[in-house]
Ligand binder design. Structure first.
Ligand SMILES: NC(=O)c1ccc[n+]([C@@H]2O[C@H](COP(=O)([O-])OP(=O)(O)OC[C@H]3O[C@@H](n4cnc5c(N)ncnc54)[C@H](OP(=O)(O)O)[C@@H]3O)[C@@H](O)[C@H]2O)c1
Length: 279
């Protein structure tokens, strides 16, 4: 049976991957940052056991903070994945490494295919792209899984924030000039566990998101609809009204073509997934 090693296990995605892999009956060794710092190559080498599938959900994900905290972002998003991949290559384990739509420039008008030209506009995106390169160059069997706009509906993610704001405010302004692929963390985790059970070899890249596309404004309206609130209380605005330290992509929808071509199960449409998340 496939032995799963999981890093970043206390994060949004890692938590769901652990839940699904465990309920699929797989042996899972799941570690958070307090148990395993992926930037420390010595502890990584001790952690990675032969014949396993290592799923790396650890990352520096504070997109704005990364602009002024470049060394920390580089350590977790580039050096850490390199440590993990080299350890996998040494003992013959396989690696699933999670990456992001932010590796692309975000100015497309049709969904990005896996081999589309990259060109990150932020420190976060550049360090994540460097992490992809590092794991591909390690010699390990590696699958890079790029995803986008991940939510669980709890904590401080976008969907949870819209629920909170619905209770606090009469109207909520949300940008409608950024379009992406909203992705329910549990669906993404299911795709990753399915991939872990496949016999992938060499180096592959997949885009794994829920189907379809939406602007943040459309996603916010859908959240209001799901919780029985009037979606007209969500008002469209532009990115210029919400200036952030790190620029956000205008269009970063990811194409599922490579995933489907590989015989993997497509994730359901984003609107269905949102309904399930908020049920
Ligand atoms: N969330 C999104 O919208 C989104 C979109 C596209 C791609 N992704 C990618 O999806 C993956 C999972 O993201 P997420 O949303 O689950 O992020 P998250 O909730 O921020 O989880 C990341 C985890 O990484 C851990 N971590 C940080 N530094 C570490 C280190 N040095 N060693 C070991 N663990 C460390 C963090 O632990 P601490 O909290 O203890 O530091 C945290 O639990 C990442 O690769 C991210 O780039 C996410």
């Amino acid at each position: 049976m496939t032995n799963i090693l999981l890093t970043g296990a206390r994060g949004q995605l890692g938590t769901r991957v652990e839940t699904l892999a465990t309920s699929a009956g797989l042996p899972v060794t799941a570690v958070g940052s307090d148990e395993l710092d992926i930037t420390d190559s010595h502890v990584v080498d001790e952690f990675v056991s032969p014949g396993s599938v290592l799923i790396n959900c650890a990352a520096y994900t504070a997109v704005d903070a990364a602009e002024t905290d470049q060394e920390a972002a580089k350590a977790v998003n580039e050096i850490g994945p390199r440590n993990l991949a080299r350890a996998c290559a040494r003992v013959g384990s396989r690696l699933i490494h999670v990456s992001t739509d932010y590796v692309f420039p975000g100015d497309a008008s049709t969904p990005y295919e896996v081999h589309a030209a990259t060109g990150p506009a932020t420190v976060y995106g550049r360090t994540k792209l460097a992490g992809e390169t590092a794991v591909r160059e390690s010699g390990a069997d590696v699958a890079v899984v790029r995803t986008a706009w991940v939510y669980s509906g709890v904590g401080s993610d976008f969907v949870a924030t819209m629920r909170r704001l619905e209770a606090e405010r009469e109207f909520v302004n949300v940008v409608d000039d950024q379009v992406g692929s909203p992705t329910y963390s549990l669906d993404l985790a299911g795709g990753i566990v399915e991939l872990a059970l496949r016999d992938f070899t060499g180096s592959s890249t997949f885009h794994v998101t829920n189907g379809g596309q939406a602007s943040w404004y459309e996603l916010a309206r859908a959240v209001f609809e799901e919780i029985g609130a009037d979606p007209a209380r969500v008002r469209p605005c532009s990115s210029a009204d919400f200036v952030r330290l790190a620029p956000r992509p205008a269009y970063s929808v990811l194409s599922e073509r490579a995933w489907v071509t590989a015989g993997m199960t497509p994730l359901r449409p984003w609107r269905e997934a949102l309904h399930a998340a908020l049920a």
